[in-house]
Design a protein around this ligand. Structure first.
Ligand code: UFG
Length: 327
């Protein structure tokens, strides 16, 4: 298959592109390099630098390459930023997705995979969170993904576009080849920030609140290895002929912020000073996924469920690329 990967120069998109190529698929990466890195794009992929806001550029990709399926990663992804700049999310994330969908449909594409998010579940009633959970987006970012999921529902009904919406919990780790990993500026995510302390790039890690109703007072998250996420995309793509689907993706096990920091200390051998600061607005206390549905329906089985392995792969990447793709 020829697969168009938008955002294929980003953290998750580039690792999914790498896995697709390993499995023999042809990949066209479309990315504006706004947050992505040219060096992250696998050399076997065709790279088109362009912006989804530029409808003519999107059309040109579909005119030039016989695209069989789209995996859509390109997006603004910061929960906090979306609370300050909602139009960037409720506007651009949605209209860029619509540009992509309109051209995909116009060119007869019938398979589409959307990167969605655990930020759909701001007030979960049950833990772990399954696909029946009530959707309450926690921010304009989450809302933008919710809108795109709803748009896909209608694309399926009206045009027969088969889609999978994959709601990631906390993507972490790096490719086991050590070639691709997380490189955000600014970095907001917990594991890379903690590892920056071990690298001497930060003095300490600030824990955002220790008065949550959890076992040690810090927030609980479900960290999922980025390669396991990638495998879920590939399985979902292959199942699309049997109908559209939505899956929550995590390991089904939660770790507190303090447990993550402790694991990073063990893996790096660095003391990693930590200090408790105020809560970060908008953080739910606990987010743990039930991924029973994708296990049952597609036989998905995470290869790297251990937090320690996830941190080891992340550490290997950060240690060998202390300045990310600049190295
Ligand atoms: N945290 C700290 N200190 C830091 C950074 C993070 O204590 O310096 C804490 C956060 O408060 C949170 C946990 O570590 O409790 C994980 O934070 P991340 O920023 O790594 O991840 P989030 O759970 O906030 O966000 C993730 C994805 C988002 C997605 C969201 C869904 O990165 O894209 O889950 O809730 F929208």
């Amino acid at each position: 298959m020829n697969i168009l990967v938008t955002g294929g120069a980003g953290y998750i998109g580039s690792i999914v592109a790498e896995e697709l190529i390993r499995e023999g698929e042809s990949v066209v990466v479309f990315d504006n390099l706004y947050t992505g890195h040219r060096a992250a794009v696998p050399p076997e992929a065709i790279f088109v630098e362009g912006d989804l806001a530029d409808r003519a550029a999107v059309k040109a990709v579909f005119d030039t390459y016989e695209i069989d399926a789209v995996m859509h990663f390109a997006s603004y992804t910061l929960v906090g930023e979306s609370m300050e700049q909602p139009f960037k999310y409720l506007g651009d994330n949605v209209t860029n997705g619509l540009n992509l969908l309109q051209e995909a449909v116009a060119h007869g594409v019938r398979r589409f995979i959307l990167s969605s998010t655990a930020n759909l579940f701001d007030q979960p009633e049950r833990m772990p969170i399954d696909e029946e959970e009530r959707i309450v987006p926690g921010s304009p970012y989450g809302e933008s993904k919710h809108i795109l999921e709803r748009i896909l529902h209608w694309m399926d009904r009206i045009f027969g576009l088969r889609y999978a919406a994959l709601r990631y919990f906390n993507a972490a780790g790096a490719s086991p080849t050590g070639e691709r990993g997380e490189d955000h500026d600014p970095e907001t995510h917990l594991i890379p920030r903690v590892l920056q302390v071990a690298l001497g790039q930060r003095d300490k890690i600030v824990i955002f609140g220790d008065d949550y109703p959890t076992r040690d007072g810090t927030c609980v998250r479900d960290y999922i290895h980025v390669v396991d996420l990638a495998q879920a995309h590939i399985l979902a793509l292959r199942a699309l002929d049997h109908g559209s689907r939505t899956y929550n993706l995590g390991n089904g096990r939660g770790f507190t912020v303090k447990e993550v920091i402790e694991t990073c200390r063990e893996v790096t051998g660095h003391p990693i000073p930590a200090e408790v600061g105020p809560r970060r607005p908008g953080d739910p206390a606990v987010l743990v996924a039930s991924s029973e549905k994708i296990r049952r329906e597609l036989g998905w089985e995470p290869k790297y469920p251990d937090l320690r392995t996830i941190v080891e792969h992340a550490w290997e990447w950060h240690r060998t690329h202390p300045h990310g793709y600049e190295d």
